[in-house]
Design a protein around this ligand. Structure first.
Ligand code: FEO
Length: 161
């Protein structure tokens, strides 16, 4: 595999694990605030991020590439209001999409069609994650300031398995 593509994929494992860490932090924040549904939502999101990391790790290993695991950065978002994690998650997913596009572009330059095909799944996934994150921002803007509606929204988010 092209060195640059392999390095970017290796870095992406770390980025996905950081995403998991970030969402666990959000999950803890909401648990402390008494919103179990929001807490559940980000707990499950963290699990999905770990699965993304594992998918890339497996792909690199299956391609005969060496994987180097680096330290995961500390979640550094300041959680100052109930809305902050939701907004930060939306921004973060856009950032992750840009990272995936960057790898895709490097794979394209290297004519690495197999990696491009592998990344198709991530491109679709990012589309879904961006739209889910954005719709949660909208829901919060509509219902977040009313205690009863917030309670209902929290109940809805508790149902994510
Ligand atoms: Fe693995 Fe939410 O991007």
């Amino acid at each position: 595999m092209d060195k640059k593509v392999a390095n970017l994929l290796n870095d992406q494992i770390n980025k996905e694990l950081y995403s998991a860490y970030l969402y666990l932090d959000f999950s803890n924040y909401y648990a402390e605030e008494g919103l179990e549904g929001f807490s559940n939502w980000y707990y499950i999101q963290a699990r999905e991020e770990r699965e993304h990391a594992e998918k890339i790790l497996k792909y690199l290993k299956d391609s005969g590439e060496k994987v180097t695991l680096e330290a995961i950065a500390k979640p550094d978002k300041k959680l100052t209001s109930l809305k902050t994690p939701i907004e930060e998650a939306s921004k973060h997913e856009k950032y992750v999409t840009s990272l995936i596009y960057n790898i895709y572009e490097a794979a394209s330059v290297a004519k690495d069609y197999r990696t491009m095909h592998f990344l198709d799944w991530f491109i679709n996934e990012q589309g879904e994650e961006e739209s889910t994150a954005e719709s949660l921002v909208k829901k919060f803007e509509l219902f977040g300031n009313d205690a009863k509606s917030l309670y209902e929204l929290d109940k809805e988010l508790l149902s994510r398995k």
